[in-house]
Write a protein that binds this ligand. Structure first.
Ligand code: CU
Length: 119
């Protein structure tokens, strides 16, 4: 009786965990400026769009300029599945964007990409 009742609870729990692992987390869907693209002038902000809604308190993004200096200004703004941060342009070169987000399904994901500024 004891074994039966614990099995009854364990199996649904395993199914729940398995379905959570199989589900898509908040990964980057697209960004502006576009991932890997070149833009003519430095953007005023970077906007990232994710595959799931984000938890604002635990989602952040940093942007570094061509010589590795931080160019993101102020806090990231989260709205639904989008996160934006203001950027001060520091000229031509490669900009690195590093993000880390907590999605509403309680999974944390992170990643990075670059875009280019130049003629
Ligand atoms: Cu997830």
């Amino acid at each position: 009786m004891r074994i039966q009742s614990s099995t009854f609870f364990v199996i649904p729990l395993l199914l729940l965990l398995a379905s959570g692992e199989a589900g898509a987390h908040a990964t980057l869907d697209h960004a502006e400026p576009r991932v890997g693209n070149k833009v003519a002038s430095p953007p005023h902000e970077v906007t990232l769009t994710f595959t799931q809604k984000l938890e604002p308190a635990f989602s952040s993004v940093t942007v570094t300029g061509p010589s590795g200096q931080r160019v993101d200004v102020g806090k990231a703004r989260v709205s639904g599945n989008q996160m934006s941060v203001s950027v001060k342009g520091v000229g031509a070169g490669t900009y690195h964007v590093n993000w880390r987000v907590l999605s509403v399904d309680t999974h944390t994901t992170d990643g990075s990409f670059t875009f280019q500024v130049g003629p």
